[in-house]
Design a protein around this ligand. Structure first.
Ligand SMILES: Cc1cc2nc3c(=O)[nH]c(=O)nc-3n(C[C@H](O)[C@H](O)[C@H](O)COP(=O)(O)OP(=O)(O)OC[C@H]3O[C@@H](n4cnc5c(N)ncnc54)[C@H](O)[C@@H]3O)c2cc1C
Length: 465
């Protein structure tokens, strides 16, 4: 790692924007109509839509650190239409139900873009779609299958591109094909989350920061500063959920790490292209995701050390030197002309992974407890769909409306079993990612077009397949 690379400090996005002025902690015991735990995209979008629907609602958001401290302030800025668990939902509820879910996700990308514009949140949004490339024979086979499956789930406007058409968009070394969907945009994660927090606060939602909730019980959110009593308590804590009392084996906190280069000169962009600012990904098992930022850097991410023993989470975003090197290797492998560029920043964050890898949104009508998450790596858009769904579920529960298109989607009120106790949890995740990395290496060397068997097995063992 170069000595000029900043490691941690939450994320590059915060280094660019500066940390927001802190909001006051909870002053003592109080009441609300709705209490939201967690000030990331899920919590803030939920507060937004509820307050817009019923302006007199008294809504309190409790945030352990500051709004956007978690994945919402650290992600890759891919606003896209992927949702974790669609395949399983198709098996459980039928193909048509999963197509409706996919359609809702496509609409969600537009909803975020439209709402950000309406609320004057300038989050560097560029709607250039998502381009996923293949550069080995096995990846090419997976790409073709992936493309066909997406079309079968109703994405008729997706395009399969050959080597030349791919290069016309982005010149990834050795890319033989790609799949492009218009349902995606690149954005600046922190500009979105801080803009959202300010918007929600201006609407009259109360936000308390530096207020960690230690326990959630029906009608109670307990903190060291006092307890909020409310008929509805919504848990929006994603990768941090295991830190709450009674939730240790719920969603597993999985790390993802990123690096951001210095702004690249036009001479380098001339060799890369990428004028369409597509969100860029690949078909590797240990996949990468990248964006061209508004100030012409490349921000690129992938898995680092995937999981820490005992579901431990945070160190303000520091990541391991080996991870930084691995991401740099991917960058240079993709774009050889970046070999000499400076890496300005490296960081990591946690995402929430349920035992069956399916995102969910739930309101338990008997207790008033709700939650949304388990988005795995696809939360920038999904959080918005979750928030509108929580709004509808609460309105339905309080008798203000009946079921809606959103409350009947197949991910609503889905139940999932807990993760195994340690050390099995740690061993399982380590083994799975070792298997993915090994499979990628073997596929890169070989001419085989079959997806490596070890990776297929890893999917099955982890519950991902
Ligand atoms: C490095 C990285 C890159 C990613 N890239 C992408 C991407 O490009 N596209 C995409 O779609 N998804 C991506 N994701 C996933 C996406 O960022 C998340 O799914 C999404 O931000 C989740 O939002 P959230 O509000 O549910 O959770 P978070 O943003 O994690 O928010 C949870 C909040 O709850 C607070 N909190 C936790 N515990 C408590 C408590 N006990 N009391 C009070 N507050 C608490 C935390 O401080 C935090 O602010 C990425 C994730 C990471 C880590």
């Amino acid at each position: 790692m170069s000595t000029s690379t900043v490691n941690g400090g939450i994320s590059f996005w915060y280094a660019q924007e500066g940390l927001p002025a802190p909001r006051e902690p909870l002053p003592g015991d109080t009441t609300a109509d709705i209490c939201i735990v967690g000030g990331g995209y899920t919590g803030l979008w939920t507060a937004y839509y509820l307050k817009k629907a019923v302006p007199f609602l008294n809504i309190t958001v409790l945030e352990a650190k500051f709004c956007g401290y978690g994945a919402s302030g650290r992600n890759g800025g891919w606003l896209y239409n992927g949702i974790a668990g669609r395949g399983r939902y198709a098996r459980l509820h039928g193909h048509d139900a999963a197509v409706r879910l996919q359609q809702a996700m496509n609409d969600t990308v537009d909803e975020v873009v439209r709402t950000a514009a309406e609320e004057n949140i300038d989050a560097d949004i560029h709607q250039g779609g998502v381009l996923e490339v293949a550069y080995t024979p096995a990846q090419l086979e997976r790409l073709k299958t992936f493309h066909a499956v997406e079309i079968a789930f109703g994405e008729k406007d997706r395009a399969l591109l050959g080597a030349r058409e791919t290069a016309d968009r982005v010149r990834v070394a050795g890319a033989v094909a790609s799949s492009w969907t218009p349902h995606g945009a690149r954005l600046h994660p922190v500009k979105l989350v801080t803009g959202l927090a300010d918007t929600v606060a201006a609407l009259g939602v109360t936000i308390h920061e530096s207020t960690p909730v230690t326990e959630i019980r029906p009608k109670h959110a307990v903190t060291p500063y006092g307890t909020v009593r409310a008929p509805y308590i919504l848990r929006c804590t994603e990768g941090f959920t295991a830190g709450l009392k009674g939730q240790r084996r719920a969603w597993l906190p999985m790390n993802s790490s990123m690096i951001a280069t210095e702004p690249l000169p036009q001479s380098v962009w001339d060799t890369i292209g990428w004028d369409g600012r597509e969100a860029l990904g690949d078909m590797a098992h240990a996949y990468m995701y990248a964006q061209r930022t508004a100030d012409n850097r490349i921000a690129i991410g992938g898995r680092g050390v995937p999981y820490r023993y005992g579901s431990r989470t945070d160190n303000d975003g520091r990541t391991q030197p080996a991870t930084i090197q691995a991401l740099r290797d991917i960058l240079v492998r993709f774009f050889p002309t970046t070999a000499g560029v400076r890496i300005d920043h490296a960081w990591s964050g946690v995402l929430g992974v349920p035992r069956d890898w399916c995102a969910t949104v739930t309101l338990d009508r008997s207790t008033g407890l709700g939650w949304a998450g388990g988005y795995v790596g696809s939360g920038v858009a999904t959080t918005n769909l979750a928030a509108r769904t929580l709004r509808d579920l609460i309105q339905q529960d309080s008798g203000q409306s009946g079921p809606t298109d959103l409350t009947t989607l197949p991910w609503v009120n889905h139940k999932v079993r807990k993760w195994e106790p340690e050390p099995l949890r740690w061993l399982g995740v380590q083994a799975m990612y070792a298997a993915y990395r090994g499979a990628d290496r073997r596929e890169s060397r070989g001419r085989t077009t079959a997806t490596d068997r070890v990776a297929t097995l890893a999917d099955k063992i982890s519950g991902r397949g």
